[in-house]
Design a protein around this ligand. Structure first.
Ligand code: NAD
Length: 482
């Protein structure tokens, strides 16, 4: 087994040190107030320059953390989303910040109503390891665009990436504006108990529960970006070749360690064998081999390696069939933590792969009879973070999308709803609460301050006591009807 990258872990901050950091940010916010549009634009431009300048160094840190992660994958899935988000935010920020007049009904004339975008103040972000740079900085961009100060706690599982983030953000921001706090679950727990103005968490549902509990103590509002089992549903009329290729791409990017990776696939029973053949072809086209292939990512650490191999043993023990997707029938490379992908046929509900989020390159294939049965299968489980539907039929699309409540949907491909800046990204039910990306991210970190400004001469005096005939007539007019 390869050793995890040896990095001297920075000493973990105590709860008192965290509180002090927060106080410093809060005091700076109180002193200086919300940043102007020009200041926010300059901040985001500086962040953009720093990310672009360090893109290769960030990719190298991630690769070292994982043991192997192609530079190309990091550029596509870490740097590109950041560049795209910064571009989009810089283009739209002025209009998001604009004060909006709201019409008022005649009774309130000639008062005026309007809504202002107000930063929340100091917000916290806790991020996971699977896309360690992107998932830390995307919410940070939204929080800064909205005018907040930010405390960030990246994952301890990818310490080199966390150190690279700390270096990058330390070069761009003073700690009163953005501070990085490093550490594991104990620090995460103390972090979630801070009196933050908002807490944005990406990670597992299990830890999400702890986070929400910790935040509840202070009534800190939370956004929870969680995971779960995201189904890919192949309708009977789908283009099977294209569906298999998209599903395998979505599954094998980052070796399946993606929150919105298709977790399992629902296939019409008569097409199962055909799907297996096409899935194997699709995998072989992208990855002629897995061992020694720099295009294929390693499993992040030994714990996850054991977890995934345990799933395979569990499947075999319970009568499932494991179909390797590597052309050369490669066996797992434990030393490099390279796990060749596999389909799992005849999965049963009691198998771990059908109960837990897989988060690795294993894909259970679930045959179904009618489309209604497939929908019922999905709806009998917690609400998924993503749904992938493959169909050419508008009727099938309406049936499925009308009945399944999922965090986000891509039709006839996988993953791409994440990349459309104008779409909200977030889970529903067990897959999370709240959303970000584009304007939705700005709103998550903004208090929409509603303001009514009374005019000097107005009618409200007429509805105050002492009540009399004038009041009666007026209130009758206000209520209307009859
Ligand atoms: P995790 O929940 O184990 O850890 C996430 C973060 O929480 C880490 O920084 C960790 O240190 C911190 N943490 C751990 N215990 C804590 C506690 N008690 N209180 C506060 N913080 C604590 O998740 P992970 O293993 O890093 O990431 C994988 C999971 O995240 C998967 O379930 C995946 O689907 C999900 N995920 C979701 C999204 C999304 O956007 N919805 C994105 C990426 C990953």
């Amino acid at each position: 087994m390869i050793a995890q990258a040896m990095v001297p872990m920075p000493s973990e901050p105590t709860a008192a040190e965290l509180a002090e950091l927060l106080e410093r940010q809060r005091a700076a916010y109180q002193r200086l107030g919300p940043p102007s549009f020009a200041q926010r634009r300059a901040t985001l431009a500086r962040l953009r320059a720093a990310v672009l300048e360090r893109q290769d160094a960030l990719a190298a840190a991630i690769a070292a953390d994982f043991g192997r992660r192609p530079r190309q994958e990091s550029l596509l899935a870490e740097i590109y989303p950041l560049a795209s988000s910064l571009r989009y935010t810089l283009r739209h920020l002025k209009s998001w910040m604009r004060e909006r007049r709201v019409p008022v009904s005649m009774e309130l004339w000639p008062g005026r109503a309007y809504v202002r975008a107000q930063p929340l103040g100091v917000v916290g972000i806790i991020s996971p390891w699977n896309y360690p740079v992107q998932l830390a900085l995307l919410p940070l961009i939204a929080a800064l665009a909205a005018g907040n100060r930010v405390l960030l706690k990246p994952s301890e599982v990818t310490p080199l990436s966390s150190a690279a983030l700390a270096e990058l953000l330390g070069a761009v921001f003073p700690p009163e504006e953005v501070a990085v706090v490093q550490g594991g679950p104990a620090v995460g727990q103390a972090f979630a108990q801070l009196p933050l103005d908002h807490l944005f968490f990406s990670g597992s549902a299990a830890v999400g529960r702890h986070v929400m509990r910790s935040a509840a103590h202070r009534l800190t509002p939370v956004t929870l970006e969680l995971g779960g089992k995201s189904p890919a549903l192949i309708a009977p009329d789908a283009r099977l070749d294209a569906a298999a290729a998209s599903i395998l791409y979505g599954k094998l990017l980052n070796a399946g360690q993606t929150c919105i990776a298709p977790d399992y696939v629902l296939v019409p029973a008569p097409l199962e064998a055909d799907f297996v053949r096409r899935a194997r072809d699709a995998a072989a086209r992208m990855f002629p081999r897995f061992a020694g292939n720099p295009d294929y990512t390693a499993i992040v650490n030994e714990r996850h390696w054991r977890r995934l191999n345990g799933y395979l043993e569990d499947c075999r023990a319970k009568g499932g069939e494991v179909v390797p997707l590597s052309a050369g029938q490669e066996t797992p490379d434990a030393a490099g933590r390279i796990l060749p992908p596999a389909l799992i046929l005849r999965p049963t509900p009691d198998m771990a792969v059908m109960q837990e989020e897989i988060f690795g390159p294993l894909l259970p294939v679930v045959p179904y009879g009618t489309l209604e049965e497939a929908v019922a299968f999905i709806n009998a489980r917690p609400r998924p973070l993503a749904l992938y539907l493959f169909t050419e039929s508008a009727a099938h699309r309406d049936t499925v999308l009308g009945r399944v409540v999922a965090g986000g949907v891509t039709v006839n491909d996988t993953l791409l709803h994440f990349s459309a800046e104008g779409l909200p990204f977030g889970g529903v039910g067990a897959s999370g609460m709240g959303a970000y990306h584009g304007q939705y991210g700005f709103e998550t970190f903004t208090k929409r301050q509603p303001i009514f400004r009374q005019a000097r001469f107005n009618l409200t005096g007429l509805v105050r006591p002492p009540y009399g005939r004038k009041f009666d007539a007026l209130v009758r007019w206000m209520i209307g009807g009859k």
